[in-house]
Design a protein around this ligand. Sequence first.
Ligand SMILES: [Zn+2]
Length: 376
Amino acid sequence: MPLVTTADDGSVKSVKLPRPSNPHGHVRDGALREAVTPWVLANTKHLIVMPNVDPPLKTVEASLTYLGEVERIRDRLGLGTNVLGTLYNHDGITPKMIEQMAATKRIVSVKCYPAKAGMTTGSGQGIPLEQTSDDVLRAAIDNNIVYQVHGEVDTMKDGTPLEPAMRERYYMTDVLPYVRDAHPDLRISVEHGTTVQAVRLVDGDPSGKTVMTITPQHLLFVDDDFMQPWGNDLKCMPILKWPTDRAALIKAATSGDRRFFAGTDTAPHPSRKKRGDFQLAANGCWLPHWISLYTQAFHAAGKLDSVFDDFMSYSFADWMGLPRPEPDDTVLVTCDTAHDIPAPINIEGEDDVVIPLGWTETGNRLRVGFSVRADF
Ligand SMILES: [Zn+2]
């Protein structure tokens, strides 16, 4: 159980949590990677870094080299995060490569992106899950490799275009169930699920082979929040959905059902790509304050003192067969409105910054209400 301390009036003062894990973080490349990696690693037990860099990580060798770069930053800062990798799904992946991945014990999954370019950062350079060959998926089952799936498609099977709000819904009702049924033993993680339909799909598989990560932004916000002064910070894919969807996500996340767990999809962009015209703004929420944001969502649901640690710290580790944090390996979240959103960070050698979700210079900021120290 998370250790919650309260003031005399019953309000929450702090929450002590086993060090949480994050199955879905983007740390990018070059100077941006150097700037953001410390924040993504801080206070994190296990982290899977995403492969949609340029060029995408499509081979075991490329993925291991990338992991080495991230670990170099980790070791320089003395952070204890277990950094894990994933391969970008493409038609060059063979059963032999799946075996090689498994042998590394460090590349634990294949990440599937939408087939079309422009649907999200780095999409359109591979194949989606549903086009993956049966012999590769059989090798994944035999070698305990997970498929992490960005489940969206922008046209129906008859060619009818789908608006952004409908893309995940259609995928979850008309695409993914066929793969699920054809390969019942395949371990599928629906990444950043956002809809009633995604929750239903996971709910409908009692075997536990289908799980779902839920981001803090989709637990806290709906499409109307794009009108906030910091609305561009919320622009991500899958796009924010409707109140009925958010209610389904909150219910799943706080239910104690261990098939639903945290996964941030924290995805930084330099501010020149994020600020300005909403339609042109890059997709991706930069979330150095992810633990605070999840705390706020669970606090609002009245579930901080019960299932919060399963969602944040245990369910993903258990599902992947990774060690849980030791009893003394904890993170302290304090109720603190003064420093709840960290300041933008500089990118070395560039006249640009990375701006966290909810931050504005004018003080028109999101108030998270909780904060966590990041020591590095
Ligand atoms: Zn992502």
